[in-house]
Design a protein around this ligand. Sequence first.
Ligand SMILES: [Zn+2]
Length: 497
Amino acid sequence: MKKNKFFYYAAAMVVLISVICLAIPFHDSLGKDNLSPSSIDDDLKRESPSQASALVRPFPDPDETHYKMELYLDIVSNLLYGRSSISTLNTTGSEMNELWFTIYPNAFQTPASTPAPAQAYYKGFNPGWLELDKVLVNGQEVEYYLDGISMHMVMPFDIMQDKDIIIDMSWRSRIPEIAYRFGSKDGVFMLGNFYPVLNVYDQEGWHLAYNSKFGDPFCFHCADYAVQVNIPEAYELVSTGSMIKKFAEDNGREIYSIEASKARDFCLLIIYDYQEIISEVHNITVKCYVPGGSRTDEAQKIAEQCGDILYYYSYRWGSYPYPDFKMAFVPMQGFHGMEYSGLIFLKEELFSPQFDSNRGSFILAHEVAHQWWYAMVGNDQINEPWLDEALANYSAYEYQEDCQGLTVMRKPTAASSKLDQQLNEMDSNSEYYQTIYNDGEAFWAALEGELGQDTTDRVLRLYLEDYKYDIATTHGLLEVIRKEAHQEMDSFLKKWF
Ligand SMILES: [Zn+2]
């Protein structure tokens, strides 16, 4: 594996930390004794690649990566007990002796670290975390170091090119009692990014997550999932993928067996007293979940609209690939909506009759568009967050204009911007939204003005085809634009990058 300055630095820190760990009694409660100094975190950010270069094969390769998880939810303690077995191949082109993971629940450990806004804490501060009991790689126990929302595993052996890598972990995670994308409120467990996820490696290095107060600080490859979830029988479960079977235990609990293929992530929602409304639109099954007692006719209308949106994007850019689409209205603060593979969360308030219906349909169309620009075409949401968000906004406006006949007052008026900024280059949520969403959408509208809708659609169809179930880059997208434009594009593009 390519060793750069960072890896030598990290290796030196591992030795230093190991010495410290030998000097103090080891206990794995949150791995707090294993924490590295925050200066390492800063270096990780700087060393993260700004553009994923094309390796011959991605790592972890979506065609070779399988997550098996067994989960048990204890609703009294808000603990989720997990066992993960992740199998993949070393496709990096050289031997490997380290692995990095994202452990998002550890963002919620302290009031200073949490990305959730104050209004999400409906009963004061309430911590969330994930701690590991044991980690094995290819059957051997390995050292691991927790740092923020990253975990670094160091193997005392090399794994050769094309050889199997099997990582077994047992862990437990506390779900914070907050109205957030990772949290619980009123019998609703919203479990986005709840489990340890293997990070992406390419020839420029590891794409590491870091904790950010805004945006989605993630970069993941797609994988296949086989997940068993044990929950109290009074609850229902909604997730990425399809339920294969469900069986009851004789102790008032049920076990769900779920499989998902080529999913960018695996999201889980466990709900109490909800209604499921199913709509078949243009051969796409849409399932809408609303709290018990809600207006089912309204939920039916929203599910049908969602089917129309899926059909519109499928027709325009390429088909929706998953067996169904699920949407759930949940008690979530800080976001109007949140996208996962085959499943979106929408803030409960959007379902209220008082919520502006045009705004509601824009948010729905934006979140649905992420199935194309996030789930299918992935991107590094830390280094190039504009790639998925700008296209989700553009897609939503296109839907509203074409299908709802709305003359949309598109927010952005920018004639130029610097779109390819990293999440940590932006100082505030408002700067992030202006640049990534509004200016980003303005870029696509301007491109359509420059090239016409047919050519812009050809660009997007080719972009989807080239990067489906992979990770796109700005560089790769601009190549597609140049190829399809059949005209000189540099003077146009230089205004935006
Ligand atoms: Zn979005």
